[in-house]
Design a protein around this ligand. Sequence first.
Ligand code: ADP
Length: 399
Amino acid sequence: MSKIIAVNAGSSSLKFQLFNYPGYDVIVSGVVERIGLEMGTVTLKYDGKKDVVNTPFPTHTEAVDYVLKSLLEKNIISSLDEIKGCGHRVVQGGSYFSSSAICDEDSIAKVQELAPLAPLHNPANLTGYYAFKKAIPDAGQIFVFDTAFHQTMKPENYLYALPYEYYTDLKVRRYGAHGTSHKYVSQQAIEMLGNPEHSKVVVCHLGNGASLSAVKDGKCMDTSMGFTPLAGVVMGTRCGDVDPSIMPYLCEKLEKTPAEVLDIYNKKSGMLGVSGVSSDSRDVEAAYNEGNERAIVTFKLYARTVAKFIGSYFVELGGVDAIAFTAGIGENSAITREMICDELTEALGVEIDKAENNTRKDGNRVISTADSKVKVMIIPTNEELMIAKDVVDLLGITE
Ligand code: ADP
């Protein structure tokens, strides 16, 4: 029995899941937060237990060492040699990677080269790789790219109407994000449709960050995020698509630099900015239920922007067989799903069973009525499982 680890390293955090192989059951999951700050926190979940420890982690290296030492001390593994492979989530793979890649000189250089396109993420993802390489040098390591699934998009979907040299020379194009989730959820949706030869699926990954994708016969045709994960629909703190001319206008009126306004676009906009309540949809929903006008308009705006993307994907795909909701809001917020689907009923014949939509259940399920022209599904995402499977496939791990 081997162990496979799926890693998601952020600038100040490190999330991971350890899997058994064969079987892919999760043995332990954990997160180290506030790396580099005065005091850090590590949370480990295993055997139905949850351990939380506060201790400082100057860098990711100390965080990884601590986690691995804990796995040994808690007898979750008996030797580090059991960990045969490690998969690292990388946010930006540019046009280089249409699938996962073994970490070697070439792929590391490319992830590094792409850092200007994801300045907060790619360097952090590489830091995670280096920390694990140091701690378990004999384990195989791979990169799994958030952008890879979207590489099947055609130029008419990934190009911006800017001077063409900005694409060829400066790599300005739509890359998308959340690709591992879109791939997993669309595959599950196709399975739920009975694995037809041809399928048209729209995936709505609605979490703190949110993106939609249009998937035809298992291949991504279009996605809502763009050059960066700021584009597309309304998010927790991100604005999604806005008129580009707002940027210089705000710079002038607020006497701020473009970088400062971009920070507002990223961190103070979206649900938080419009509602003035919170970036968390649960808080905005509570305010909505109390009749808070700005919370009400936030929900309406959110549902409208998502529905408009779904509508445009109906056109692109020539119809839709299934709409799949996933991630924190997509999986849990019945009101959000209802408001989005209500927008689609008159034009597209999408009808959900409201009682079913309001019922909490685990696992994949259908919430549309028998008469609905489109199946509406809830599919909990599992990016870590996809990463672990790619580790096994790419490294040829047999047991
Ligand atoms: P990310 O991975 O992008 O940080 P998640 O997929 O975990 O985000 O989604 C986080 C969001 O999901 C939260 O902001 C919250 O609004 C929403 N969410 C989580 N649980 C619930 C719930 N039970 N009801 C409604 N919304 C929820």
